[in-house]
Design a protein around this ligand. Structure first.
Ligand code: NAP
Length: 345
């Protein structure tokens, strides 16, 4: 068990994604060297421009299909990496188990197998899982690292091809994270790396990756596509989302490499759990954004930052401060949509 400090070299999969771009920027700012994997040269070239100010600290390789057996073998063999961040996984993908579950699970197990065989210098792997992999739908007042979303697996087993995209995505994250921990356990003695999983809730914050259309966006679309729907008064004081700012999640991701004690942890990214009324208040503050419901002044609100539903004591220690609150995250993200002309009305 050893931490990976700058200027160590990190392989980062799915480097052009919303979250990955924040996480890679944070790693580069700390002095790490990052090689990002993307599915095409054009996506790689866009990233070179984006991270231009870091010069040779950032480069990319093309891995067209993470599901293919041995997809990462050559990259790992050549790279002499110190750490691997695996974030590539389908988020908005399609409608079948093969669209979500195969890339999530085979991509995860595949890269771990490549590291076992060809990556003796790799000391730590940080897997981007999801809070959904630990989410309990009932009977739990505080989520801890011991929780697993077994229900998501049962839902997909029962519904099969009838399962929704959201259900398939949730199960894909549960299956993939479980497979990663199992791989590490089963290969104890044969591998030289330890594992850290990060489990973000909905990530918000203005996207900084190359985006050419609104449809490319993930969590910000899911959240903002429903924010303006009118809700009955009885719901206004309910938690609307669990969320985390992308910048905080990037810091937690870097700390997952840099802090020895992170080894073996499942690190929750839950920065805030706003009610609908919190969100309306945030977006209606001066200067107000258009067409946001006002809600009701008597509806319940939660603290702007922090969580009562999830045990975030360890991530807060890693962060070294309070999480960025919902107000800033919602206003900043809405401002991005307005600037692009893509706001949901
Ligand atoms: P994103 O912008 O869509 O990024 C996903 C990345 O994965 C992209 O680089 C994408 O490549 C790559 N990818 C998707 N399917 C792939 C496949 N079959 N083969 C190879 N690469 C594939 O999504 P994101 O929101 O940043 O999510 C990044 C990671 O964070 C994912 O693991 C996601 O499950 C996790 N996460 C996100 C949130 C959130 O709220 N956003 C919350 C919890 C966990 P292309 O661009 O080429 O498609």
């Amino acid at each position: 068990m050893s931490a990976i400090q700058p200027p160590s070299k990190i392989l980062f999969t799915g480097a052009n994604g919303y979250f990955a771009t924040y996480a890679i920027k944070d790693l580069l700012e700390r002095g790490y060297t990052v090689v990002g994997t993307v599915r095409s040269t054009s996506k790689g070239e866009e990233l070179l421009k984006l991270h231009d100010r870091f010069g040779g600290q950032f480069s990319y390789v093309v891995v067209p299909d993470i599901v293919q057996a041995g997809a990462f073998d050559e990259v790992i063999k050549q790279g002499k990496f110190d750490g691997v961040a695996h974030a590539a996984s389908p988020v908005v993908a399609g409608s079948t188990p093969d669209d979500y579950i195969r890339p999530a699970v085979d991509g995860t197990v595949g890269i771990l197998a490549s590291i076992r065989q060809y990556g003796p210098t790799i000391k730590r792997v940080v897997l981007t899982s999801s809070a959904l992999a630990a989410m309990q739908y009932q009977g739990v007042s505080l989520h801890t690292e011991a929780h697993w979303n077994e229900a998501s697996i049962k839902i997909v087993e029962e519904k099969g091809l009838e399962a929704s995209g959201g259900e398939l995505y949730t199960a894909s994250k549960t299956y993939a994270e479980k497979a990663a921990w199992k791989f590490v356990k089963d290969n104890k003695g044969a591998i030289g790396f330890d594992l850290v999983a990060i489990l973000p809730s909905y990530i918000l914050g203005a996207p900084i990756h190359p985006v050419s259309s609104r449809e490319q966006l993930t969590s910000t679309n899911m959240v903002f596509s429903v924010v303006r729907n009118a809700r009955p008064d009885s719901e206004l004081g309910n938690t609307a989302f669990h969320m985390v700012h992308a910048r905080d999640m990037a810091i937690l991701h870097s700390a997952s490499f840099g802090v020895v004690e992170a080894s073996g942890h499942r690190i929750f990214g839950i920065g805030s759990e706003p009610t609908w009324q919190n969100i309306y208040n945030a977006l209606n503050e001066d200067p107000a954004f258009p067409n946001v419901p006002k809600g009701s002044p008597s509806a319940g609100t939660h603290a702007d930052s922090g969580s009562k539903d999830w045990d975030v004591s360890f991530p807060k220690k890693l962060l070294g401060r309070e999480f960025i609150g919902a107000k800033q995250a919602f206003r900043e993200t809405e401002e991005y949509y307005q600037r692009k002309g893509w706001a949901f009305q």
